[in-house]
Ligand binder design. Structure first.
Ligand SMILES: [Zn+2]
Length: 221
């Protein structure tokens, strides 16, 4: 059966409200009927449902500026110099604002919240720089091992990047995946400290790399 393009457009806009069960009877039956015919809308609805279930307990329309303020406050103990902190926050801003516009906005924002919480957790895995602690605890990994476990670079690949190409890029620059992909195809990578800055610059030159940002400031450690 042929899918009516204008119905498809309407349904795409209504999908978020389908999940919330806030559609009127007529809208609801239009969406239900269209979903039976349209695999794309079914997949989108399913994706939105997953995003919603993964969404942390926060307001449906989070205040962006407040979210970033809270995030940068949480980053303080880990990221010491102000420059990298700005880098990360600016990068998150960029990701946030480069999202597809409505009707996805509502859901994309929820997805971004999940990313931010994820990034916060990633950064929190790195202990604050307190050498005394490392020596006080016998089984504690070395600072270098900690850095490797936490990752030192965040990379955002372009969405159309094939997995084969992604693997080639990681191998070419000696990068290990620490975490990811997130909902926006971002990866937390570990680059060996010795060649970190050069590898970061090389990553940025890759066509498939939309963004590559250090997570631990300029100096490799
Ligand atoms: Zn459709």
């Amino acid at each position: 059966m042929e899918i009516d393009a204008s119905t498809h457009q309407k349904v795409q806009k209504l999908l978020p409200w389908m999940l919330d069960a806030t559609l009127s009877g007529a809208e609801r039956s239009m969406v239900s009927e269209h979903l039976l015919q349209c695999a794309e809308c079914r997949a989108d609805l399913d994706w939105q449902r997953q995003v919603q279930s993964a969404r942390p307990a926060m307001q449906a329309e989070p205040d962006v500026e407040r979210a970033f303020a809270a995030l940068s406050a949480r980053l303080d103990p880990v990221v010491r110099s102000p420059r990298p902190r700005q880098g990360i926050v600016a990068w998150l801003h960029h990701v946030w604002h480069s999202l597809r516009p409505s009707p996805w906005q509502h859901w994309a924002m929820a997805a971004q919240c999940a990313l931010i919480v994820g990034l916060g957790l990633v950064l929190f895995k790195a202990p604050p720089d307190a050498p005394g602690q490392f020596h006080a605890l016998s089984a504690t990994p070395s600072p270098a091992e900690n850095a490797a476990a936490a990752g030192n670079v965040m990379v955002l690949f372009k969405p159309e990047t094939p997995e084969r190409e992604l693997r080639r890029i990681l191998q070419a620059h000696g990068a290990h995946i620490v975490d990811g992909p997130t909902v926006t195809d971002a990866y937390v990578l570990y680059l060996p400290p010795a060649g970190r800055d050069a590898a970061l610059a090389a990553l940025r030159r890759e066509l498939a790399v939309a963004l590559a940002e250090p997570l631990d400031g300029g100096a490799g450690r």
